[in-house]
Design a protein. Sequence first.
Length: 385
Amino acid sequence: MKIDSIVLREICMPLVRPFETSFGCTTDRRILLVEVQSDGLTGWGECTAGEHPLYSEESTDTAWIVLSQELIPALLHAKIDSAGACPKAVAHVRGNRMAKAALENAVWDVESQRMGLPLSDLLGGVRKKIDCGVSLGIQPSIDHLLERIEIELAAGYQRIKLKCKPGYDVEMFDAVRNRWPNILLSCDANASYRLKDEKHLRTFDAFGLLMIEQPLWHDDFYFHSLLQRQLETSICLDESIRNRRDALAAISMESCRIINIKLGRVGGFSEAIHVHNLTAERGVPVWCGGMLETGIGRSHNIALSSLQNFSLPGDVSASSRYWQEDIIEPAVEVSPQGEITIPQIAGRGFEVKRDRVEQLTVRSERYHARSHAYSQAHKPMKARA
Ligand code: OSB
Ligand code: MG
């Protein structure tokens, strides 16, 4: 596959409502988009790094630097023959998985168009529809929360996930369970508890939660394995799982019984498929996480969720829950049964609204094959005078 040029851009988009987690509140997103041009085709990728390095070490700004100075020059230099060859072309760069995913996923988009296949087919997907849940940020009050849950259930969503943190947990679970004793309910702590909270976390068992997501440190398996032994509720790891080896370690140590796969967190489709295949072999169910994506990232999440072991409802929901106007056409919609239908046309299945993207762009740069960007990036450092 010959890559002719790559465009890196940053767009700014306000969320329709603030999204608050244990680590912070987001009101406006700064999102990097990658456009890979190859033989008249354009593939799109989205970087899921946050505005600040709070969920992971990456941010919009670190991803820009790593993409522009390292990853894009390396990929243009590598002359890859398929999207699956991307990870090797950027393997010399440590970490920076969200930046890598933005680039690799754009190449998968190009490849699916070139082959005339829906992206989900190219990935090996088998599902025609995916089950959808929602993630509800920390709300100003329990009344606000109950109101939101009512709206999401009425829209058909199959699972409600509640963001929680110390001091904002059992009272909320109690209120929700009193109102809806039987809904599929889970919580996500985003690493906000410690092992000393074990006794308190055991009280979560009374609420029949499907899972508790990432209760302890963002980089931990061992202490989660100690905690999991003490809980009836399944632990689901999110932040800790960076690749297939991590998933294998976590499963072997019984640190969790469920895994959330996020394309950005694991570095792109290739590694996401590796994690998926391992969990399928080991009988560990997975679901697709979300990172407040625009329609581009959302369409990648939809394609990934079509793989066989994505057997639990994911955090892949309608565009309108996040955006006044999405940057794709049609917008992502969820049926009254809480399902998204996998597009059956070549590529991601959603057009990018180029005019809208241009309007929202705050900076952009184009890189050509064999441009001097590569030689610049790899010039040996000179000693300072
Ligand atoms: O932990 O799943 C998370 C959003 C930003 C950072 C981390 C997380 C989330 C979500 C949002 O829960 C899920 C979505 O995009 O709908
Ligand atoms: Mg999470």
